[in-house]
Write a protein that binds this ligand. Structure first.
Ligand SMILES: [Zn+2]
Ligand SMILES: [Zn+2]
Length: 122
């Protein structure tokens, strides 16, 4: 029986995993297409929760984004994925690839305090 092996291979089709378990950047989505995704409210989505982190959508909680294929996720979760691979994690819908003239993405994280500017009195 090699069905399990074949299935595992299929699942890994668009994903390349590093040794530490993080998937590598292989095919990032267009940033323009990402920010153009709809921002549905909780209750307006087909899903009850995010397929990336498996948390349920909570009204007034994290911002949501709906891909053109109508699959919705937490913005932060799907952006994080699309920066590495432009395929919908649910149905493998293809987002447009990032073009060469698009700049490197800024971190999606909401207001992370940067300590790099801190100057210590020495
Ligand atoms: Zn999520
Ligand atoms: Zn999809």
């Amino acid at each position: 029986m090699r069905a399990a092996e074949a299935k595992a291979a299929l699942n890994r089709d668009h994903w390349e995993w590093d040794d530490d378990g993080a998937y590598a950047v292989i095919d990032p989505a267009s940033l323009k297409a990402m920010v153009a995704m709809e921002t549905p409210k909780v209750g307006e989505t087909r899903e009850q929760g995010c397929a990336v982190c498996l948390e349920g959508f909570v009204a007034g909680g994290k911002k949501l984004r709906m891909m053109p294929c109508s699959h919705s996720f937490h913005q932060r979760c799907i952006f994080d994925l699309l920066l590495r691979s432009r395929f919908c994690p649910v149905c493998r819908f293809e987002m447009p690839p990032r073009s060469a003239d698009e700049p490197e993405p800024e971190p999606v994280a909401e207001k992370t305090a940067t300590t790099s500017e801190r100057v210590g009195s020495n």
